[in-house]
Design a protein around this ligand. Sequence first.
Ligand SMILES: [Zn+2]
Ligand SMILES: [Zn+2]
Length: 199
Amino acid sequence: MKALVKKSPEPGLWLENVPTPQISINDVLIKIHKTSICGTDLHIFNWDAWAQKTIKPPMVIGHEFVGTIEKMGSNVHDFKLGDLVSGEGHLVCGRCRNCLAGRRHLCKDPKGIGVNRDGAFAEYLAIPVTNVWYCDTNIPQFPSRNFVPRIGFWWAEFDRLTSGNQLHPFELLRANYCLYSFSITSSSSAPNPQREVGG
Ligand SMILES: [Zn+2]
Ligand SMILES: [Zn+2]
């Protein structure tokens, strides 16, 4: 399959042919329809100090996406083939003290999709079913792929307010996307959001 890869430890990305990911019994294979670019992806593209200490090339990047379920492991019973889904980009260990106490956001060993393991800027992505989120098909795919950035923006805004850090211009652009997405999904007066945003 085709994928955008951080192939070597230097600025840039490469469009490569890579093997389609295999799934285990608890995984879902997602055919990617649309993706969003996150600030994280720009760090990786630019190969800044954070990326240099975090990313181990070669790595398929990208963690904000929407797509349909192409294949499921034998232990997956919550979804059906063809379901429209997005996903949480942090995979947790499930075995550490915090995970077992239900505080999975404090896992001692989280793995980022497109950061610590292959990501979504590809034709297919394989992730555990515990990270898969069902998307209502009445909502256009445009905001669904922004599922994570919407949270990311509010986090960036929180960070700005509490630390005095200024938002990167890209964050502002993303905020506009988020607010626009929110307005079309929450507005009953939008006659045909699917057509207006190109679905
Ligand atoms: Zn992100
Ligand atoms: Zn854990």
